[in-house]
Design a protein around this ligand. Structure first.
Ligand code: CA
Ligand code: CA
Ligand code: CA
Ligand code: CA
Length: 604
């Protein structure tokens, strides 16, 4: 019978266990997902017909050249493919070996050193190392890692670092060269041993705790074995059959270099083949073991044993950036400023953390414009959804403005920006930068408003003038030789329409009959001289002429005199254009028979 005391003991043990897990900073209850569920950890590289992918679904061959190129389209959920070539065909050179004294337990700077050699030891020689990240349906970050080596001799020990510091590198010189970069809290080391018979005898993962002054945790965060269906959160497989590197359907999609002097069987004949125990592939569910964040570098190494302090030999180091940002820019319609010469161009810049897992930090934007090309343009931040108070901050070329201290995966920050300048509309590239860790600035993305969008965001500026002309009367005036003469009086009105969005400087209208048009105040009729019209403003002109017989139309019933007028304007934005001609007709008689001569009839 299960006593109450036993139940209490069981419950308190459960509580202690959970507290312990949380105290270690490990996400509680993140159940392990076997990496082999999502990727063919089967001891070969070929995807074949299985639903889950293999390395040949991640990389395209570069044969007959070395290396492999990430597929243009990766299998769903996969990202950050890296392929590092670490050999030279037909030579024994290697440009990246650990120098004596380097150990996985040491920090990187100081601690790790590299060197070149012209005579690499084939037993510890890595040919190629590769890795890829995967986000599984439970949103776990799983990383897959693999290498092929140059010899099938003996039992092999390998290590795989996933490093967060993007600066880790070591371009070896003629002697011993110190690495640059540092360990970061949460760096992961996977250590494994496998036999030349193709059996994985041990695989464990360790966590680097603390930064440059931290240390490699000696208690494994994961411990597994062969990927054989057991619910390991870290596991690996080695090839148990020869992988043929020749022929159209070769097992090995990329160039390798292998020693053939000690073949395991007749199938192993070419230095392009991989004998049993020369290909290693594994995976680890990092989320299940409490590791998160952005990694940037991948380093595979060969080692003297699975001991953490083992001597480390060859290494292959490449980029492995599982975090990224997106940047987008969208404009809204520009407006003409009150000077009728410059524009205000508003737009938004949005930076999104497009990493499936991993927070990015210190998000900055930088509007890159060039005064020499754009005129006197200035851009100011008008709004920000990020946690930085930057409203009113001017964006200056080359000076990034921090808009958010961090962005969780999938989160965005949108910044409103308004630029004032002479371009209709002003649009340029926005340069966004974020860090894979606080203080870093290693993730970048540019965004530009497309030409189509930019033209859709232009302010409407109409090159137009409205010109009207009315007959104001006909009168008899003293003519030549003591005779009476007929005089036609006309009024011309030129209006800059309210929709024009620019000031227009007009010339005095030109009339086909009137030799001189005099500007008057449209309301008072007093003399005026102002030919610059703001939108919705009107200029009025009066003039007269003496019609002749030649000007007479439709005599006698609808006898009338007609003249035309046109005007030229120069817009403050659009340049020179012409409006008109429009005609005015003055009738001699009362054509609508209302008793008022048409020339003075305001109802006409
Ligand atoms: Ca495989
Ligand atoms: Ca396979
Ligand atoms: Ca190397
Ligand atoms: Ca090598």
């Amino acid at each position: 019978m299960f006593s109450l005391t036993k139940l209490r003991k069981a419950l308190s043990a459960f509580a202690l266990c959970c507290l312990g897990v949380m105290g270690m900073g490990i996400t509680p209850f993140a159940l392990a997902d076997n990496p082999a569920t999502y990727f063919q950890l089967d001891g070969d590289m070929k995807g074949g017909t299985q639903e889950k992918p293999d390395w040949s679904d991640v990389f395209d061959s570069n044969l007959p050249a070395v290396g492999a190129t990430p597929k243009a389209s990766l299998p769903s959920g996969f990202s950050s493919p890296t392929f590092v070539v670490d050999f030279f065909p037909a030579t024994s050179n290697d440009n990246s070996l650990f120098a004596t004294g380097s150990k996985d337990t040491l920090n990187i700077t100081p601690g790790w050193q590299c060197k070149k050699t012209n005579n690499v030891n084939d037993k510890t020689d890595i040919n190629n190392a590769y890795a890829v990240a995967y986000i599984n349906p439970n949103n776990h970050l799983i990383v897959y890692f693999a290498l092929d080596v140059a010899s099938n001799d003996g039992t092999k020990d390998v290590g795989f670092w996933f490093l967060k510091d993007p600066d880790v590198s070591c371009p070896a010189g003629s002697g011993t060269t110190a690495f640059v970069g540092n360990h970061t809290d949460g760096d992961v080391l996977i250590v494994s041993e496998f036999t030349n018979g193709g059996r994985v005898s041990e695989i464990k993962a360790y966590r680097w705790n603390g930064g440059a002054n931290g240390s490699l945790g000696t208690t494994p965060i994961a411990s597994g074995g062969e990927c054989n269906g057991d619910a390991f959160n870290v596991c690996a497989r080695v090839n148990t059959a020869v992988l043929n590197g020749d022929g159209a359907n070769a097992d090995v999609p990329w160039l390798v270099k292998s020693k053939t002097s000690n073949p395991s069987g007749p199938a192993y004949t070419s230095s392009k083949d991989l004998d049993i125990g020369m290909f290693f592939e594994g995976g680890i569910d990092l989320t299940a073991v409490g590791i998160s964040g952005c990694f940037n570098r991948y380093l595979a190494d060969t080692r003297s044993s699975t001991s953490l302090g083992a001597t480390i030999f060859d290494f292959a180091l490449g980029d492995f950036s599982n975090c990224s940002i997106g940047a987008a820019k969208a404009c809204t319609q520009a407006t003409v400023n009150s000077d009728f010469a410059t524009f205000t161009s508003p737009f938004t810049a949005t930076v999104t953390n497009s990493s499936p897992t991993g927070t990015v930090y210190d998000v900055t934007i930088n509007e890159s414009f060039n005064f020499a090309n754009t005129g006197e343009t200035s851009c100011t931040i008008t709004s920000n959804t990020g946690d930085q108070n930057v409203n009113g901050t001017e964006l200056i070329t080359g000076t990034p403005v921090k808009v958010a201290s961090s962005l969780a995966p999938g989160a965005s920050v949108t910044v409103g920006i308004s630029c004032i300048g002479s371009l209709n509309s002003f649009q340029n590239a926005i340069h966004a930068v974020a860090g894979s860790a606080p203080g870093q600035s290693d993730i970048t993305k540019d965004a530009v408003v497309s030409a189509v969008s930019a033209s859709a965001c232009q302010a409407t500026v109409t090159a137009d003038l409205d010109i009207t002309k009315v007959c104001k009367g006909m009168q008899l005036v003293a003519g030549t030789n003591g005779l009476l003469a007929l005089q036609t009086d006309v009024r011309v009105e030129v209006t800059n329409p309210s929709t024009s969005n620019q000031s227009v400087t007009i010339t005095t209208p030109v009339d086909t009959k009137v030799s001189t048009l005099n500007q008057v105040d449209c309301i008072t009729g007093g003399a005026k001289s102002d030919l610059v019209l703001a939108p919705n403003e009107t200029a009025c002109f009066l003039g007269s002429y003496n019609p002749t017989n030649a000007d007479l139309v439709n005599p006698p019933s609808s006898a009338a005199f007609t003249d035309g007028v046109s005007v030229t304007g120069e817009g403050s934005i659009n340049g020179t254009f012409t409006a008109g001609p429009v005609n005015a007709t003055c009738y001699l008689c009362d054509t609508d028979l209302d008793g008022i001569p048409d020339v003075t009839d305001t109802s006409d």
